[in-house]
Design a binder for this molecule. Sequence first.
Ligand code: SAM
Length: 244
Amino acid sequence: MSSTGIPPIGIVKGKKPHIQEMFDSIAPRYDLLNRVLSGGIDQKWRRKVIKEILLDQPRRILDIATGTADLALLAAAKGDAQIVGVDISEEMLEVGRQKIKQRKLDEQIVLQSGDAEKLPFSDRQFDAAMVSFGVRNFEDLDAGLFQIHRVLKPGGKLVVLEFSRPSAFPIKQFYAFYNRFILPFIGRMVSGDSGAYTYLPESISVFPEGADFLAYMKRAGFSETNSTRLTFGIASMYVGRRAR
Ligand SMILES: C[S@@+](CC[C@H](N)C(=O)[O-])C[C@H]1O[C@@H](n2cnc3c(N)ncnc32)[C@H](O)[C@@H]1O
């Protein structure tokens, strides 16, 4: 258990309502915090995900744990695929809907309430699926990945973006200091939520990365898997496919 009371890794019963409540409460300031805390690198990473997703020219994309729809908006800016975003936090979705409306993209992007572990879609619906900074929050990671695999068409691609842990000196040491002291401090000041930005580094510190995360993807049925470390390994991108 973490100091915030939220178990930092999935497969722990009872985590979901806490996660939902936490994102509902930070939703109005989530985008601002992302940009401040990452210095804008988060958008650079999301653009890499979109580049990988669009290689296959998908017509229908599912954005799981879409939050305020940043990833969906980037995908819409680069092509004309139809995008469906799902999330368990209504407040995050509401911020996302405002952004979509402002950019007049409501015909291309639709956001709906939905749980990754019980996706409200029938089998083989989507050409591609993507999740940025979402899988770490699932209550049951295996169930979430299995569901994503289920709704993908044969040959469909999944791209996951998630935090990982840099291993090289001195980035590793600086990152540990940043996560322990700076991130919770700024997070608390801006969001007013003392728990959310303590949960963030705690969940990153125990979440599977690299080959360990790919093992989860393979167990859910994905093949042709690979991972790429981004910005010294602060984040990683994982790719896999539903067999053709
Ligand atoms: C850190 S935010 C990421 C949002 C967005 N993808 C981005 O890149 O900014 C994590 C999101 O995952 C959502 N989430 C957590 N567990 C979920 C689940 N089981 N199903 C759907 N969404 C979930 C949260 O509500 C939150 O909006």
